[in-house]
Design a protein around this ligand. Structure first.
Ligand code: KDG
Ligand code: MG
Length: 402
């Protein structure tokens, strides 16, 4: 089998997505996700200008060699643009292989290791009362794990609080909106939120929280410690992780489980935190870390160090990415949990898929390949519009991490 062509498809059904469609000489095509939130066209150009010309004529079954060709062969390695482009190709090749062999991708990755993929949903409110209501809605829908984020009194905007409850979408059309931030207020408020949630919902539901890279190591240590009575499933992205060693300080002070890595792109970004057992969950996504091929290697390294997986699954990861994650999740032994943010109806219509939710679990479906398609005609009704994630400033105007 030979690859005959590959098209980069850009559309905005509910939000912007970049999708790669790889064609072969026996009529099978595969889909990959290449979406990099707020930097979509950089990946699209990297793919169409630099990678697609080298892809034509290759055997799609040689996904390992093709991966190495684009990673080692580029000279310029790593980084989100490069790795999302390689990730899109890799995901599309696994899709082709599954379709050609008439089997779901998970069967090519070792087969099912579990009956379903436990997911966590996103509950968020402007204050504790509203957040409690939202957590209640997810519990009623059958979710066993729920991430809770709350606005903080005295700060006009807070990360993770949706305008449209079930469909949280942080990217906005136009130039980047500016948010405000106070670590002092946040550190006082979050323990109260989780105390209220445990009082209301008891101990059984898994509760998660995302600090979104906004704390220093010692601040994260304090937050982790203050949340211990409420036994979180995880505290995510407590500190920016360019300095992986910073997590030594957090780890020394708290038993709250730590999750990290949605912005990581290669195994090197996670090497210290995994091998020193500084985290409990690695959050890298198939799309942003070079596809299924590379993420399998990350999971294998993590497995030796008692680190479980918890793939990123926000709305900017298209249904193609989500499907790739589900095939990966259901097959690796050290799976932990999968993030699941509902896509809008428009997104789901443009990307018809076989995965389904029931009773707190996602199931990838048992059809050949990844089980996702792309309706090009419908997608053409939703043209790309530039959109950005917000930026963030401290109350005194200092530029900070979003
Ligand atoms: O593109 C960035 C979003 O995916 C991010 O804000 C979502 O932090 C996030 C999460 O945990 O899903
Ligand atoms: Mg996050």
């Amino acid at each position: 089998m030979k690859i005959t062509d590959a098209k980069v498809l850009i559309s905005s059904p509910g939000r912007n997505f970049v999708t790669l469609k790889v064609y072969t000489d026996d009529g099978i095509y595969g889909l990959g996700d290449a979406t990099l939130n707020g930097r979509e066209l950089a990946v699209a150009a990297y793919l169409s200008e630099h990678l697609v010309p080298c892809l034509i004529g290759r055997d799609p079954f040689q996904s390992e060699d093709i991966w190495q060709y684009f990673y080692r062969g580029a000279y310029w390695r790593r980084g989100p643009v490069t790795m999302a482009a390689i990730g899109a190709i890799d995901i599309a090749l696994w899709d082709i292989k599954g379709k050609a062999l008439n089997t779901p991708v998970y069967n090519l990755l070792g087969g099912k290791s579990r009956t379903g993929v436990m997911v966590y949903g996103h509950a968020n409110g402007r204050d504790i009362e509203e957040t409690i209501d939202e957590v209640g809605k997810y519990a009623a829908m059958g979710y066993r794990a729920i991430r809770a984020q709350s606005g903080i009194p005295g700060i006009p905007s807070t990360y993770g609080v949706a305008k449209d409850k079930l469909y949280y979408e942080p990217a906005e059309k136009g130039l980047p909106p500016e948010n405000l931030w106070s670590t002092e207020k946040y550190l006082l408020y979050v323990p109260k939120l989780f105390e209220s949630l445990r009082l209301k919902f008891g101990d059984d539901v898994h509760l998660l929280h995302d600090a979104h890279h906004r704390l220093t190591p010692i601040e994260a240590a304090r937050l982790g410690k203050s949340l211990e009575p409420y036994h979180l499933f995880w505290l995510e992205d407590a500190v920016t992780a360019e300095l992986q060693e910073g997590f030594r300080i957090v780890r020394q002070h708290t038993t709250t489980p730590l999750a990290l890595g949605e912005v990581f792109n290669t195994i090197w970004d996670a090497k210290t935190v995994i091998t020193e057992q500084l985290i409990d969950y690695i959050r890298m996504a198939t799309v942003h870390s070079g596809g299924i091929t590379h993420l399998k290697k990350v999971a294998s390294l993590a497995e030796i160090y008692h680190v479980l997986t918890g793939c990123h699954g926000a709305t900017d990861l298209s249904p193609v990415s989500l499907a790739a994650a589900l095939h990966f999740d259901i097959s690796v032994n050290n799976f932990g949990i999968q993030e699941y943010m509902l896509h809008t109806k428009q997104t789901d219509e443009v990307f018809p898929h076989t995965y389904s939710f029931s009773d707190g679990y996602l199931h990838p479906g048992d059809g050949p390949g990844l089980g996702v398609d792309y309706d090009e005609k419908l997608a053409s009704k939703f043209p790309y519009e530039r959109a950005y994630l917000p930026v963030n400033r401290k109350l005194d105007g200092t530029m900070y991490n979003w």
